[in-house]
Design a protein around this ligand. Structure first.
Ligand SMILES: [Zn+2]
Ligand SMILES: [Zn+2]
Length: 575
């Protein structure tokens, strides 16, 4: 059964193809209006069952029949009929900025351009050169449009997108006066990859702010520019959208553009049942026509009679029910983190010295942290053994006094293929904290890997399993193992699982961390920094922990030092 938004999508497709087929403006716009109406309606399945969908604004008899058919069968005769004339891949061509319905229809009927690949081929072969009304400038714009279209299909890793968003915001701040500026969208929701970047801004000088933004020298092209919004593309096709509204609408604007789409649809459906319509321009009371505007985002949720939902939880799953029941947890924040257990120095494969790393950790305001240089790992040229670890440890007292922090002695130790640790018992016993990671023999069978990780958890010296799945955002999906069995073992043995914030890792992934929490697992949020500049990666780990719904009580390094040492001692003493 199709959801409201899926039905709306199909109605919009019908609308587009009708325009291509040369139907009257009045006829195809009726579908567009119906689509908007459907998006804001209560669940269509219920309405159709009662025959009430035909009472929705903009939905008459014939569109009503199309909706009923879509809801019940997923198909539409009207759409099938149009698809006999226009292939579905034409929507790709229409997805290229600068190509409207008329042009797409012309390209299709006269040049057989039925898909993005066809369009690229036609441009490359010069078929379109010399076509009236298609100057070389137009073709150049289309090339950029194709790039941007592909860019939208390809997603950018969160850490890179965050860095770009910060650069863009710095540039916007340097322009005409504004009140508030922040990023919204999937970036704010801390999704691991983002499709595009949404910036929201409030200012009395909207047009000037927009014009300044459109002039950013890093933009390869300006996709659209209006009085209150603009979109630019960066080389490679990453799109940045900026919207500017008056400050009293900041809360509405931020809520609207943070999404997710699924969350907003569910929120609108809930609101409509209460006689309210939610948009970026405020909350409209459908009975008396009054509009509530919110300067703060929390106001939007309060006006709908529910608990505030943090952006990271706006997935469209069950967060609205939780907010109505008042059961949204208080999520961990960066300020709750008292230390970082995972970082490397020049003693192993890090770029910065021990002193530089201790100074940088202290500068972040940590109460404690751990230096965890590798012990015998991946054939590293330099690795720690019990003697070098002792030597390294002997430097801590002086440096700790100099910088005002407590440095714990730790090591990232390989979990060997049989689940044992690559450091002898004397070496392990002398450490304050032991991180065990899988770096080798990653292609073991699921059963072997499961046994390996469980055996590691059962080692009384292992405090934390580092980057537990081995996934990398730049390629590997990580090794396979029975997550539930390992989560149960971690909880039973008092072993923490890491959320590694290193830009290419973000491991554990948030959905798995959410599941691990249900087993009673404790988590460690770490930077896995190899240089001072990467200690901030712990913020990414916090973001993923928030997406997983974790609270300070779930997190080892949100505890004071005494709590951390007690956690380690409990496991070692077998208590
Ligand atoms: Zn590692
Ligand atoms: Zn590491």
């Amino acid at each position: 059964m199709l959801s409201n938004s899926q039905v709306a999508q199909k109605l919009l497709e019908i609308r587009t193809l009708m325009e291509m087929a040369g139907e009257s403006f009045y006829k195809y716009m009726a579908y567009e209006k119906a689509a908007a109406s459907v998006e804001n309606a209560p669940p269509l399945a219920d309405l159709v069952a009662l025959g009430e969908h035909v009472k929705l604004p903009g939905v008459g008899k014939s569109i009503g029949a199309a909706i009923e058919q879509l809801v019940n069968t997923g198909n539409s005769d009207a759409l099938d009929e149009l698809h006999r004339r226009f292939p579905p891949t034409l929507l790709e061509v229409l997805g290229v900025s600068g190509i409207g319905t008329k042009t797409a229809a012309m390209l299709f009927t006269e040049y057989g351009v039925a898909s993005l690949a066809d369009l690229e081929a036609a441009i490359a072969s010069g078929t379109l050169a010399g076509v009236p009304r298609l100057g070389s400038k137009t073709i150049e714009n289309w090339k950029r449009g194709i790039l941007a279209y592909k860019g939208r299909q390809r997603r950018t890793p969160l850490p890179q997108a965050l860095a770009i968003a910060r650069d863009a915001m710095t540039y916007v701040q340097e322009g005409p006066p504004l009140e508030r500026l922040t990023f919204a969208g999937s970036l704010r929701r801390q999704e691991v990859t983002v499709g595009d970047i949404d910036l929201v801004c409030t200012s009395h000088h909207a047009a000037d702010v927009v014009a300044h933004f459109a002039g950013w020298e890093r933009a390869e092209a300006v996709l659209a520019e209006g009085p209150t919004k603009a979109s630019i593309w960066l080389p490679g096709g990453l799109q940045i959208d900026l919207r500017v509204l008056p400050d009293h609408l900041y809360g509405n604007l931020l809520q609207h553009f943070t999404g997710s789409r699924e969350h907003n649809i569910k929120l609108r459906e809930y609101a409509v049942r209460r006689g309210l319509r939610v948009s970026e321009n405020g909350i409209l009371n459908l009975e008396n026509g009054e509009v509530t505007t919110c300067a703060e985002e929390a106001g939007v949720y309060a006006a709908l009679g529910m608990q505030y939902i943090p952006p990271e939880l706006r997935s469209g799953l069950d967060e609205i029910e939780s907010a109505l029941a008042g059961s949204i947890p208080v999520l961990v924040e960066s300020a709750d983190i008292r230390g970082d257990f995972h970082m490397h120095t020049t003693w192993s494969d890090g770029d910065d010295t021990l002193e530089a790393m201790i100074a940088a950790a202290a500068a972040r305001g940590y109460e404690y942290h751990a230096i965890s240089d590798h012990a015998r790992s991946r054939g590293l040229r330099q690795a720690m053994d019990p003697i070098t670890l002792r030597r390294q440890r002997s430097e801590f007292a002086t440096l700790d006094a100099r910088y005002g922090i407590r440095t714990l002695s730790a090591s990232e130790v390989d979990i060997l293929p049989d689940g044992s640790l690559a450091l002898d018992e004397t070496g392990l016993a002398e450490l304050d904290v032991v991180i065990g990671s899988v770096h080798t023999a990653v292609h073991q069978s699921r059963d072997e890997m499961t046994r390996r990780l469980i055996r590691a958890c059962e080692n009384r010296y292992l405090t934390i399993v580092g980057h537990p799945t081995g996934r990398r955002l730049d390629g590997s999906e990580g090794y396979e193992f029975d997550c539930d069995a390992v989560f149960a073992a971690a909880a039973r043995t008092g072993t923490a699982l890491e959320i590694d914030g290193q830009a290419v890792r973000l491991d554990l992934p948030a959905p798995l961390a959410h599941r691990a929490k249900s087993f009673g697992v404790t988590f460690a949020l770490d930077s896995d920094a190899h240089r001072t500049g990467d200690l901030g990666a712990i913020e990414l780990a916090v973001g993923q922990a928030r997406r997983a719904g974790l609270t300070t009580g779930d997190i080892l390094n949100a505890q004071p030092l005494a709590g951390v040492l007690a956690f380690v001692a409990r496991k070692r003493n077998g208590a």
